[in-house]
Design a protein. Structure first.
Length: 136
């Protein structure tokens, strides 16, 4: 799963929507769906698409936030094996966690990397400036 960093369409309530991509491999799966907090856990709302040789792709567009989900493979619910994070669910299993960052959050971090700190010229600053001339 990865996140496209390009801004997506804006939802009517002003929230920036971000595409999220899912991938899954299962050699004998006949149907794979995504069921999560973003679609009222209704698997038919988010089918994944077979790409051949047991490889499946899915996409959904969501506002920034954290979402719990599972893959539903031929009717069986299971956590996404590619998810970076899982949490326990009330049924004794695991839910995968999808964190959708806002594109503006990423842009702010990138902008901040290029800013030079504005500090009083302390001894530590002078030492840093002497060993790193590009700091100024």
């Amino acid at each position: 799963m990865n996140h496209d960093k390009n801004p997506g369409p804006v939802k009517g309530n002003g929230l920036q929507m971000e595409p999220s991509y899912f991938e899954f491999t299962h050699p004998t799966a006949r149907a794979v769906h995504i069921a999560g907090s973003f679609n009222d856990r209704q698997p038919e709302a988010e089918p994944m698409h077979p790409m051949g040789e047991g490889y499946w792709l899915g996409k959904t567009t969501l506002p920034p936030g954290s979402y719990k989900y599972c893959l539903v493979v031929d009717g069986q619910w299971a956590p996404d094996p590619l998810a970076r994070e899982t949490v326990s669910n009330p049924f004794g299993g695991k839910n995968s966690v999808l964190k959708v960052p806002g594109w503006q959050q990423g842009a702010h971090r990138l902008d901040a990397e290029h800013l030079q700190p504005k500090t009083a010229n302390t001894q530590d600053d002078r030492n840093y400036e002497q060993t790193n001339p590009s700091y100024q």
